[in-house]
Design a protein around this ligand. Structure first.
Ligand SMILES: [Mg+2]
Length: 342
């Protein structure tokens, strides 16, 4: 995988943009500057939007409300949650109206009921067990999920996100609680609905079939890896958890097709990134060379294109077997300081 170019703006080259939410459209509850307007321009250019969230504890209509309050013109059915994907996975495997034991928020329950599943209160009666995060989760909920799954119920979890972003920093997420059940059972869930697994991407693609999709995300291990696994192109944005310097170290399965500071990059064409040989690449007026075991950047112009050249050079060098003792940290730090003082 290496970076590609697009002579057309991305919102003309692709018919569907699938947006991750936190770190892409907003940060906690503030919109990323310029992104709501960019989504409007993309829609006007003919690129439809779907918002894809691993959060199973909010109604999709609540998510859509908050997007509208940020100035994004979206309908409720443009939001796809891991709760909906989990419900679909159960209906597909266990049949319509399957007796399902659930632990999760009222929104998670609503998603299961909307799919026609019959919610049961006794884990012993369940043919499926659905586990979603909710803030008042108790030990008995984990024990009931364990009981249902041990008795053979089809075990579906909303996501494996290890942490949950909060104003006080990362707190244990769904993945941490799934580990508890997994430890008791000695095996993992039958299905993980959320990113990076394919279930949620397929649910999103079904909403706008036949359009060429582009995933827009900030997490290489979730948004980008999931898109790559399904052969979907992706735009990695630096408005969330990843800074450009750490993109240098991405393994092949987590490398995106395009890079952007924010999702507003969707409105732009993408310049050519050329790899001359492993460790040597250029983009616009920037070039990168592998000299005595390190990558050296030279040139001028758009800072994002410097990072495009650096990523292409680093990825090609690593793929050809080059080893960087510090995992390219020094190259990243040097480029960061050179680019901020330029
Ligand atoms: Mg995110």
């Amino acid at each position: 995988m290496t970076l590609r170019s697009s002579a057309e703006p991305l919102d003309r080259a692709y018919g569907l943009a699938m947006f991750d939410l936190d770190g892409v459209v907003y940060l906690l509850s503030n919109p990323v500057p310029g992104v709501p307007e960019a989504i409007g321009r993309a829609e006007a250019a003919g690129c439809q939007s779907i918002f894809v969230t691993n959060n199973a504890s909010r109604l999709t209509s609540t998510v859509a409300d908050s997007l509208r309050s940020m100035g994004i013109d979206c309908r409720d059915d443009q939001v796809v949650s891991s709760a909906q994907a989990a419900a679909r996975a159960i209906a597909d495997h266990c049949g319509e109206g399957a007796a399902t034991f659930m632990t999760g928020s009222p929104a998670f329950r609503a998603a299961l009921e909307n799919e026609g599943l019959a919610i049961v209160d006794d884990p012993r009666e369940a043919v499926a067990v659905a586990q979603g995060f909710f803030p008042t989760m108790q030990l008995k909920d984990l024990a009931s999920a364990t009981l249902a799954a041990r008795r053979g119920a089809y075990w579906v979890v909303a996501n494996l996100d290890a942490t949950l972003p909060t104003p006080d920093g990362p707190m244990p997420g769904m993945g941490a609680y799934v580990k508890v059940v997994e430890t008791a059972l000695g095996r993992g869930p039958d299905v993980v609905a959320g990113k990076p697994r394919p279930t949620i991407f397929r649910a999103a693609l079904e909403r706008v079939p036949d359009a060429r999709p582009l995933m827009v995300g900030d997490r290489p291990d979730s948004d980008i890896e999931g898109a790559n696994a399904l052969g979907i192109d992706s735009l990695l944005v630096f408005s969330g958890v990843v800074k450009p310097a750490s993109a240098l170290r991405l393994p092949p399965e987590r490398r995106p097709t395009y890079l952007g500071w924010t999702a507003a990059e969707l409105n732009n064409p993408q310049p050519e990134v050329t790899v001359e040989e492993p460790g040597a690449a250029h983009c616009e007026e920037w070039s990168v060379k592998l000299v005595s075991g390190t990558l050296t950047l030279s040139g001028k112009g758009d800072e994002l294109s410097a990072w495009r050249a650096l990523c292409a050079a680093a990825w090609s060098a690593v793929d050809a077997g080059a080893e960087f003792s510090d995992g390219l940290a020094a190259v990243g730090a040097e480029a960061e300081s050179a680019l901020t003082t330029a």
